[in-house]
Write a protein that binds this ligand. Sequence first.
Ligand code: J2J
Length: 537
Amino acid sequence: MLAHCTPWPAPFAARYRRLGYWRGETFTDVLDERVRRHGERLAVVSENRRWTYRDLAMEADRLARGFHALGIRRNDAVVVQLPNCAEFLAVLFALFRLGALPVFALPPHRQFEIGHFCRHAEAVAYVVADRHAGFDYRVLARGVMGQAPSLRHVLVLGEAGEFLALDRLPPWPGELPPPPAADEVAFFQLSGGSTGTPKLIPRTHDDYLYSIRASAEICGLDGDSVFLCVIPAGHNFAMSSPGSIGTLYAGGTVVLCADPSPDAALAWIERERVTIAALVPPLVPVWLDAAARLRPDLSSLKVLQVGGARFDGETARRVVNELGVTLQQVFGMAEGLVNYTRLDDPLDVVLHTQGRPISPDDEVLVVDDDDRPVAEGETGHLLTRGPYTIRGYYRAPEHNARAFTPDGFYRTGDLVRRTPEGNLVVEGRAKDQINRGGEKIAAEEVEHQLLAHAEVVDCAVVAMPDAYLGEKSCAFVIRRHEGVRAPDLVRFLRERGLATYKIPDRIEFVDRFPETGVGKISKKQLRLDIEARLAAA
Ligand code: J2J
């Protein structure tokens, strides 16, 4: 396995192969096989594209040759930050073919995050679109270039400026080197994280394709499935649960929609006869309201998946009543474990639980603070290991010692309870993270950035309730002088290149922090404090 990664212990790997989870199949094998079987079928649709499987494979081949000609080689990391578009998948399959390692940045990431990914993975290239949602990524690329010594190329979809355009890469006339093996790392996903810097998650072809194959089956995908992707295509949910790659695995069609507004998405559903779509909870009421207003023909839509953050039972019921589709709750994580309610589950399970794991070999423990199993049905920390859950983050030995138990269980940081039927209910979170409508914010990361301001003596970032997003972030700050105000801190964080969704939604100045019995800042008390202030307002 790639250096600085933690392989599965040999007996586990042998078991996962013996049971047929790991089949020695790579992403390249999958695409080649689909082209052989049904090359003329529609694979991917986006704003200006309509590609068959053969088109997608040809475009991926052209890009692989271009990347190779530029000197991009096996195990070279490449940060990919593209909006939802067909080219995203072509870039992916091109990098997979070479054994180069995409790092899936999200569109809102800015200089702080991208610079960190590039340095941490020693990325040799950075792939962006020229502009998207009013933002010029070439400006960001210019800033990142100066910050990451390993970075040799910026590749641009669209107008490249001083960089290289993706559609004008130099062709490589010769043979490409052989593709990578299935047990090798294929890419890095990003961790939602709870630490000062985001962690990289190495996923192999073998483990990821297992989760994809099984997910496609659980979600009933086949060659007639049309998947609508409106959430960021590089996010683990959108890629693998069963997401775009699961849809291609099943031989269906992926619709990549760059505009997440419900009007655009509902129009896509009608036009492309979408059968399954994936949403984060805040989008759901917006879709329901838009559907009631616009009355589009949604008769093709069979399954609506909702995941990434807590989804309340009332809105869940509205989905079933108002759209007449099968709702599926999805509770997953980029580190591995994914739980689904099944399509034939009783309504009560679908409305009120987050489902159960993909695999019979997903080991799930619910434990107390001392790692001892809680009584059945009680709430505790969720620990897991299995055939598609990583055993360690990339290049993070100290963090790994905390994030995994000595016998390899991943500490998810989620508090769950298991129902008698074996479904999980997410009751809360022990990790120091804010889940802002599915976008994860590590409190420590924002605190580090705030502490860099000369006027900030101390700070603590916590979640506060929000009617639309579920949670927003609130920073409690002890300042040196009263002259410094909230907008100054917000501007400071923006200038440091922090992604917008991580900028605190609210800043409260205080003189001191409430403490726990052992003299640490009591974030629990701070959460209650901001809740009370919001209620009083
Ligand atoms: C409550 N919390 C949830 C849910 C995730 C499929 C779906 C989601 C993700 C994802 C993913 C939740 N209810 N239904 O990768 O493949 C919170 C938990 C979890 C964290 C993981 C997938 N679904 N969560 O959201 O890596 O706290 O993956 O540990 O972004 O999101 O976040 P992430």
